[in-house]
Write a protein that binds this ligand. Structure first.
Ligand code: FE
Length: 336
């Protein structure tokens, strides 16, 4: 009897140890299915703790050494930078990771896992291709787009990253002027999510929408219902700044928590997310782009073309460094 008890004790003890705790602000069921594959391959269980990035960051920071978090997985390079600033991450050591992911999409503390672009959409019933094909982010402040542009609020981190990139490229004064012109061109007071902006263009209430690339593919896939699928079919995505630096790029990425007692397993998990198979899963489920060389990565037919010029001239880390400054200027320009 005692022997059985002892055996059970050891079994349970080792079973609970073979797991990692993943804190994530991503909200896709498909992520969980992909993580299950890792468990099947390695026996390491992934416990998912979901929440908004600021809340997860605060929790790990306050728990400090007692934190059970092994990995923090967040959308937007700015959110990762914020967690890095709180000193939550340990340094990435894996040579595999460093080899797989270009330096513009990672730093010493976190690595991009998926990639997205923040782009424009138009409805060919209301605008001709000629009017739009060579458009840049800079052009959005032009008076010709008065009452034309749909975009979400300034508290949205994707917008803050985009403006941070404008600050980095064009400087403070030009960005101030640009913001004033842009806000003046809004079709309505900013509201709703990225998909709501695409709907505005589909219905003709706005001429141009600003939204992340994967939302369009998500709508087209039908996963958000027939109405949204029909709306997406009416609009055409356009990648800005193709004649110069390329379209704005952002990531969703992860780092290993400094307090983790499972760093080796956590590293193994991040490496798993960067394999061809996992990157293909992200592409076909959440419609993001791979961060690794995309030869050997499968893309679904309704995903957006990945055949466009990307802005690789600045590291995505910059967004985090300049987001607060960007937000202040956006508010000042009247972007609610
Ligand atoms: Fe998103």
């Amino acid at each position: 009897m005692f022997k059985v008890f002892l055996f059970l004790f050891i079994f349970v003890n080792s079973a609970t140890a073979n797991e990692i705790n993943l804190f994530t602000s991503r909200h896709y069921e498909s992520d969980a299915r992909l993580f299950k594959k890792f468990t099947d391959q390695t026996g390491i269980k992934i416990n998912i703790i979901s929440g908004k990035s600021k809340i997860l960051e605060k929790r790990i920071f306050e728990e400090g050494n007692n934190s059970k978090a092994d990995i923090l997985f967040l959308a937007d390079a700015g959110a990762l930078y914020s967690a890095q600033n709180k000193n939550l991450f340990s340094k990435i050591k894996s040579e595999f990771i460093k080899k797989k992911v270009p330096i513009s999409l990672r730093n010493d503390f976190w690595v991009g896992i998926t990639k997205r672009s923040r782009i424009l959409y138009y409805n060919p019933n209301f605008l001709s291709k000629k009017e739009i094909e060579d458009i840049s982010y800079e052009d959005l402040s032009d008076k010709k787009w008065l009452n034309s542009i749909a975009v979400r609020q300034s508290n949205n981190i994707y917008n803050q990253s985009l403006v941070a990139s404008m600050l980095e490229h064009n400087g403070v004064n030009n960005t101030k002027k640009w913001l004033e012109g842009l806000v003046n061109n809004f079709a309505r007071s900013p509201q709703g999510n990225d998909r709501a902006q695409i709907l505005m263009v589909a219905s003709g209430e706005a001429k141009l929408a600003i939204a992340n690339s994967y939302y369009y593919a998500l709508m087209l896939s039908g996963k958000k219902g027939i109405e949204q699928k029909k709306a997406a079919e009416k609009v055409i995505p356009i990648f800005p700044n193709q004649l110069n630096r390329g379209a704005h790029i952002n990531i969703s990425g992860a780092g290993i928590i400094k307090f983790s007692k499972n760093k080796k397993k956590a590293e193994k998990f991040l490496e798993f997310l960067l394999t061809n198979d996992s990157q293909s899963e992200f592409c076909s489920n959440s419609f993001e782009y791979p961060v690794i060389d995309d030869k050997g990565v499968d893309k679904p037919e309704y995903n957006l073309s990945s055949n466009f010029k990307e802005d690789t001239s600045i590291d995505v880390s910059i967004y985090g460094k300049r987001q607060a400054e960007a937000f202040k200027l956006m508010k000042k320009a009247g972007w609610n």
